[in-house]
Design a protein around this ligand. Structure first.
Ligand code: IVH
Length: 509
């Protein structure tokens, strides 16, 4: 067979196999067969550079380093959604619409916790992916989006097509990523949403490929030009075009049905392989949507019902104190590890001594924890009714757990302090702060690395950071310090010097 023909055939086959695998969950060939065909295609494309196609399956796996992301003006603004937090508020929203139209149905969907993205196709070929940005102007992240295997590079729909959805990082990929970050002494991502956003905005496309993102589609921007008349039809059509549409959505005609849907999703929420933070309720009929229109920020025809912060019960195994940069003592609950809002939690802040006293906390108590702002875990309350007599009261220490100095508490203040400016804990915290994004922003100088350098005698003062390069050989003798990584760190230290000096000494800039 003609090699060009074979290239075309391989591209079609590989796309089909990839759709069967990622969208239909029904692979018809083995991974080995797929890989062999991909290798064959790569070899043929190398022999025929004139056959280059950015949408070839081979292009999804080729790493590229980009110069930056171009700004793109959205054809239609990408709106955000108004939130409600209670059943009553949601009911009011639906009733306002029923008052306007009499009978109207609503589509209920999961609210995926990722970042909104627009995908543009021309005559069936993928041409561009744009982030939401500020709603009017987003960034062209086409090359990173191309690495997401579940997004089709070709669809069976002529003309201009713009679809929108959410790029997410599945919980499993997120955990793998953070484990790797930890191993490499790099900062951890707070949640899958931040990790997905950071990945999409990375200039090295091989990073996006490795981190395994996914995308759920929920909006057919110019659907009406393609004969779509409602949200339910849009979801059906998106699915038929080969996009990932999360199957748990429902067309509802009464509030009872809407609420039942919300309750049923709440029950399975923690077992879903990705994060959702609520349910989106959308007026189904597009003609009705046009009639009620949008406000400056939000559509009047859709609303997001946000789930309450997830609260989880676990056991308080102990209390540990940390000493901050200023000497402030913070008690932390050491917990039997539990999963809360997508991540494994084994410690939570207790804020200060008063909190421990107010909850009458005993070691061994059952406690309820949640994530404040869905990021920092905190203890919300204790469950004294679950005590069995084995719990022991916690004794607040009189001295600093690190340097042994007597703790002080100022009149009328909740916090205790270690007054010793040379307390090693205070020095480590100062070093961490100094290197952090909020201060000198030294790339690659994460908390763990600073602690390691301090504990191993490389950093006992801030000044020592700028003499670290003098101890290069000593550093290289330690496990985990490669020549490349070490020199990169030295370069970052050097760079931070000049960039911050401008800021420090020229307050007008
Ligand atoms: S519809 C016209 N549907 O939530 C508004 N948004 O808080 C179009 N989101 O910016 C959005 N899941 O990033 C819609 N099923 C879903 C969604 C969803 C997640 C995100 C989206 C939006 C944000 C608003």
């Amino acid at each position: 067979m003609d090699e060009i023909k074979r290239i075309e055939e391989l591209r079609r086959l590989l796309e089909r196999y990839s759709r069967e695998y990622y969208i239909n969950d029904n692979p018809t060939v083995s991974d080995a067969e797929y890989d062999a065909l991909l290798e064959e295609l790569k070899a043929l494309e190398a022999r025929h550079p004139e056959s280059y196609d950015p949408n070839s399956p081979t292009q999804r796996i080729i790493g590229k380093v980009l110069d930056g992301f171009e700004k793109v003006v959205h054809d239609q603004r990408m709106l955000s959604l108004d939130d409600v937090f209670s059943k009553e508020e949601l009911k009011e929203f639906c009733e306002r619409i029923w008052k306007e139209f009499g009978r109207a149905s609503f589509v209920c969907e999961c609210k995926f916790d990722g970042l909104a993205m627009a995908l543009i196709y021309e005559n069936g070929s993928f041409v561009r992916a744009v982030t939401r940005g500020d709603g009017s102007v987003g960034e062209d992240v086409t090359e990173n989006v191309r690495t997401i295997s579940s997004i089709p590079m070709h669809i069976d729909e002529a003309g201009h097509v713009e679809v929108r959805g959410e790029v997410i990082m599945p919980k499993a990929s997120f955990e793998k990523l953070n484990a790797l970050q930890e191993e490499m002494h790099l900062p951890l991502f707070a949640n899958p949403r931040n990790a997905a956003a950071g990945t999409i905005r990375n200039l090295d496309t091989s990073i996006a490929r490795k981190r395994r993102l996914d995308m759920f589609l929920y909006y057919f921007q110019n659907g009406e030009e393609h004969g779509v008349k409602s949200q339910a039809e849009a979801l059906e059509q998106l699915k038929a075009m080969g996009f990932s549409v999360f199957p748990n959505w429902k067309l509802c005609t009464s509030f009872e049905e809407i609420w039942d849907f919300i309750e049923s999703i709440s029950k399975i929420r923690s077992s879903l392989p990705f994060e959702i933070d609520g349910i989106v309720v959308k007026l189904n009929d597009f003609a009705m949507q046009h009639e009620i229109g949008v406000t400056a920020k939000y559509p009047r025809y859709s609303i997001a019902y946000k789930f309450p912060a997830e609260e989880v019960e676990t056991t308080l195994m102990g209390i540990e104190l940390t000493v901050g940069r200023t000497g402030k003592i913070t008690p932390n609950a050491i917990l039997a590890p539990v999963r809360v809002a997508g991540t494994l939690v084994s410690a939570a802040t207790l804020h200060n001594r008063d909190r421990i006293d107010a909850y009458d906390l005993r070691i061994g108590d059952q406690v309820i924890i949640r994530k404040a702002g869905d990021i920092i875990p905190e203890v919300v309350r204790a469950l004294p009714e679950k005590r069995n007599g084995t719990q022991v009261p916690y004794e607040w220490p009189k001295t600093c757990p690190v340097c042994g100095s007597d703790l002080v508490r100022l009149e009328g203040e909740a916090d205790y302090f270690c007054p010793n400016p040379n307390c090693p804990a205070r020095i480590v915290r100062s070093l961490i702060h100094f290197c952090s994004r909020e201060a000198m922003d030294i790339d690659g100088f994460g908390d763990k690395r600073v602690v390691w350098l301090h504990d191993n005698g490389f950093l006992s003062t801030i000044e020592a950071i700028y003499h670290l390069h003098e101890r290069r050989q000593e550093l290289l003798a330690h496990k985990g310090w490669s020549e490349k990584g070490t020199d990169k760190l030295f370069a970052a230290i050097e760079a931070s010097k000049s960039s911050r000096l401008t800021v420090c000494f020229c307050p007008g800039h």
